[in-house]
Design a protein around this ligand. Structure first.
Ligand code: CA
Length: 413
């Protein structure tokens, strides 16, 4: 009973502090797991960061389950496949974080809605074994686990009429099985990916939301079912000239929480060549730079990065610098990949699989490329990804984005 009281006290503490570590009672055998739970909640929703430590034998995949006491409903997750059935939530490891040695931990998170009271769970099961010690872990050498085949409790009735033998063979299907078009299309196992296929309406939802910082005007964005890179769905942005006509579709989760280097990959299609004026297509808030944006877009007709805090550009906007970047081809799907490393403050960019020299900031100042960028120490901590369009005067474009992938290694196209 001490464990129950302990859990209740800790749950109460969670409401007050938002963070708690739940542990098994000391008297039990080694717990199957230890769970740390940190929630940030508002009136109708919350995010939770969960750390699970494997207290048992090494595993190559894991699932952590718990039951919500209230009406909490998970709307999205990161670093785990988080699903919910009724009040029971299961978070399953991904390809890259399934292996956990004894004592090793994995972290994942999710977002959820709720009403009333958001009481944190206090009981968890790890690969089917209770973490709290309620289900004792065997203390004798465990035999090789075998999943028992359940004995049917009701015998299958013997058919009383013989099944007729088919007289015509089942034809072999002549159409191939369609290629899966789900969220993992074109996505390495280590990445968090979104192909927009799970968008149900025309307004971006789930982990995506339209945003117009400061002001709004003619710019619009919508889920599009007429143009797609993979599957049938993409994100369309109708970008107009002038700052207040900007529009972005924001995802605060896809950058994840692991590591401080981000490999971002997306496919983009657009109708209008990049203008001479400065424009932004993708923005990322940098909490280490006064929450000012790191921008990816164009200037002088070629792709560039721009640092909003000091307006530094990569490459420098000399003719020689611009020539080392690349236009963004129109009316075709382009694979854009870039790495932003917060540990070293470096950037590398690939367009359709080729590294672009003018978009390479390697920490060593190079005239016409990154000497302006390196005029101060810069160690970005990116917190969101916004796909859209923003101009600072001239420049309008229609763009489609699809198959976004963010990981700690390069995804490829
Ligand atoms: Ca798609």
């Amino acid at each position: 009973m001490r464990g129950r009281i302990f859990a209740v006290v800790m749950a109460a503490l969670l409401v007050a502090t938002g963070s708690v570590v739940l542990r098994a009672p000391a008297a039990s055998a080694a717990p199957a797991c230890t769970v740390g739970w940190t929630a940030n909640q508002w009136s109708t929703g919350f995010t939770a960061e969960v750390q699970v430590t494997n207290g048992g034998a090494p595993v190559t995949s894991w699932s952590l389950s718990w039951t919500f006491a209230g009406d909490q409903r998970v709307t999205g997750g990161w670093n785990a496949a988080v699903s919910q059935a009724g009040n029971v939530v299961t978070a399953a490891s991904l390809g890259w974080n399934g292996t956990l040695a004894t004592g090793a931990a994995a972290r994942f998170g999710f977002q959820a809605t709720y009403s009333g009271t958001n009481t944190a769970p206090t009981a968890f099961t790890f690969n089917g074994v209770s973490c709290s010690g309620d289900t004792p872990t065997p203390t004798t050498p465990a035999p090789t686990p075998t999943t028992p085949t359940p004995t049917p409790t009701t015998p299958t009735p013997t058919p009383t009429t013989p099944t007729p033998t088919p007289t015509t063979p089942t034809p072999t299907p002549t159409t191939p099985t369609p290629t899966p078009t789900g969220p993992q299309a074109g996505c390495v196992p280590t990445a968090i990916c979104d192909s927009f296929e799970n968008q149900a309406g025309s307004v971006p939802a789930g982990n995506w939301a339209i945003t117009y910082p400061d002001c709004s005007g003619a710019g619009t964005a919508a889920v599009d079912r007429s143009v797609a890179h993979s599957g049938a769905v993409s994100l369309r942005v109708n970008g107009a000239a002038g700052y207040c006509n900007h529009v972005f579709v924001r995802n605060t989760q896809i950058l994840g929480t692991a590591g401080t280097a981000w490999y971002v990959r997306f496919w983009v299609r657009h109708t209008t060549a990049l203008p001479p004026a400065h424009v932004t297509a993708v923005a990322m808030q940098d909490s280490a730079d006064g929450n000012r944006d790191l921008r990816f877009g164009g200037q002088n007709g070629a792709l560039q990065f721009n640092r909003a805090s000091d307006d530094a550009t990569l490459p420098e906007q000399s003719p020689a610098g611009v020539a080392l970047s690349s236009p963004l081809p129109i009316n075709t799907w382009n694979c854009v990949e870039y790495k932003v490393d917060g540990r070293t403050g470096t950037i590398e960019t690939w367009l359709n699989g080729t590294s672009i020299p003018g978009l390479l900031e390697d920490g060593t100042p190079t005239h016409d490329i990154d000497s302006q960028w390196l005029n101060r120490t810069w160690r970005p901590a990116l917190t969101d990804l916004r796909l859209g369009w923003e101009s600072y005067g001239e420049g309008a474009d229609t763009l489609w984005y699809d198959d976004v992938a963010v990981g700690s290694t390069r995804n490829g196209c």
